[in-house]
Design a protein around this ligand. Sequence first.
Ligand code: CU
Length: 573
Amino acid sequence: MSTAMRIVFTMLVLLAVGEAANVYQTLYIDKILPYPESSKPVISANSSFPGPLIEAYHGDTLVIKVINRLSVATTMHWHGLYQIGTPDMDGAVGATQCAIPPGGNFTYIFKADPPGTAWYHGHMFEQYTDGLFGPLIIRRQVEPNHEQYDTEQLFVISDWYNYPARGKLTNWYLSSSNPDGIEPLPDATVVNGKFTKSLFISASRSSRIRFRVINAASLSMYKISIDGLPLHVIELDQQDTVPYNVSSFALNVAQRVSFYIDLRELDSMYGPSSFSSTNSIFIRIEAMTDMYPVDILNYVAPYATQRYAHPTFFNPLYLAILSLDSTNSMPIYEPRDPTPILSMANLPSDTNMLAARPFNQSNYVIPNATHYVNLVAKFALDDTGINRGYINDATYAFLGNYTRVKPTLIVGIKPVKKEPLLHQMATRPNTLDLPSPRIQPGSPLPTIQNNGYGNYLIPYGAVVDIFLNNTDGGEHPFHLHGSSFWVISTSEYPTAENLYSRAYIKRDVVSVPAVGWAKIRFVADNPGAWMFHCHIEWHMAAGLMLTFIVSPNQLLAQGYTISNSQIDLCNAA
Ligand SMILES: [Cu+2]
C-alpha cells in the first residue's frame, strides 16, 4: 500500500470507528429577561432560556468552561453523566466541589458517557428553578433504533414561576408560616422557552420523527401524548429500550424519554385527507394536577397578592402543535379530550415504564445484590416549625460550599474546615465517622450504615439494593449521581421484580409512589461522594437528600487528588 493510500485508509478507519474528540463549550451564566411581558429575571446560560444544546459523541471529552456573571455563587451538574474517574466534575456543591464565586469560573472536563438524552442544570440553591438548565445529548455513530426514524425533535419542559425561586418563593416555602410544606405552584408550563399554543413542530420533511423529551421542571409531572398517534418509546433516561408502544406516558421531574412517531400511523380521524382536512394536530403535555398539594386552579399563594397577568392563569394542559404541512397552522378541531381511537385502545397509558425492556438484552447482566440499605423518606416539622424533608431522620441544609444536616438541631459535619465531602474523603475520611456495613435483623445481606448526618459509606464494588420507603402523601422522583440504577419494582408494580428479573430497566430517576416504595439496585464501582435526592427542587431545598460515600480507600488508590482549580474555588469562598 502506498503512503497516500495508507493515509486515506487510516482516515476511513477513523471515520468508521469515530475518533474520540474534545468538545469545547463556554457557558456564561447571567440573568436575562426572556419575555418582555414579564419582569421575572431568568438565570440563563449564554443568554438563552433554556440554555444552549450541548452535543458530543459517546467517548468524547467535554471541556465546558462555566463563567459566573451572577452576583451569587453557582455550580453546574451534568445530569445523567457517570463521571467515572472524574468525581470532582459532578457539580454538586458541598459534595464534589466548592461553588464558583461571582466573577469566577471553573472548567468541567469529563467523558461523554453514557450515551443518550441528558441535561445540565445548576446545582446550587434553587437556580435551576430560576432557569439555569439546558439539554445535553450524547450521540453514537450508529444509534440503536436508528432505522425507526429520520429526523429528531427536542422538548425541554419546565415549570414557569412568575416570582424568583431564590428569595421570595423559597423563603415562604421554608418558613413557619407554611407548616404544611405546600410547594410553590407553577404559574405556567413552558416548553423550549415557549408558552402554550406557540410551539410548532414541522413534520413535512419526514413521516418518522424521534422526540427527545426532558422534564426540567422543579415540581410538575407531565402526561404526554400526540393526538391520533401511538408513541414508540425507545429511551428512558439514557437507557435504550426495545420499541415500547403507548398511547401516553408520564414523565416525572428530571426524567427523560425518547419516542418516535410514524405519521403513516396517524388515525384517519386526524389526517389531512379526512373530513376535517386539518393539517396539524395537538401534542399534549398535561401537568398531572393530582401531584399538586392543593387545587391549583383555585389557589392563590400567600406570597402572591394577586396572580400576574402574564403569562396566563395556570392551565394544566399545554398544547404544542405538530404541523403536518409545515404551514404552522393551528389545528381546526377543539383541543378537548381526544376521542378514543380504536387502533390505540389496547395501548397502555404508562406511568412507570417498568414493562419497557432494555434494547440489548444479550449482553445485559444484572449482578446479584451484595449489600442492602433501607431508606425512609418523610416530611416533618423541625424544632423551629419549618416543614423539612428527612431521609432516615437526617435533613440536608445547603450552606454555601459544604452541606450539613439538621436532625433536630443544627449540627455541623465533623471537619474543622468547611469543605466538600469529596475533599474530606481524600484528606481525612476518618473525620466523617462512617460506620461500616453490618448484618442486621431483617436482611441476609450486610446493611449500609450512616453516620447520623446523611452520609452512607459504601464499599468499592458493592452491589447495593436500596429500599426506599416513602411515607409522604406525594410521589417523589429520586435521582442518583455518579451512576444509574436498575429499577427492580415499586409498590405500584411489585411483581416486576420476578417478571423482569433478568432485564430490569436502568434509569437515573425513579418515581417513588406516594405512601409507597421503590426498590432499586446499583453497582458502587465509581469512588466519590454521590448525592441521592428527590429532584423536586423544593424538596431538595427542604433537605430530602443524602450522600453515598463510595470507598475513600479506592478513591485514593485510583490516584485522586484535589486539583488546584478546586482548591482555588474553595479559597475564593
Ligand atoms: Cu420530592
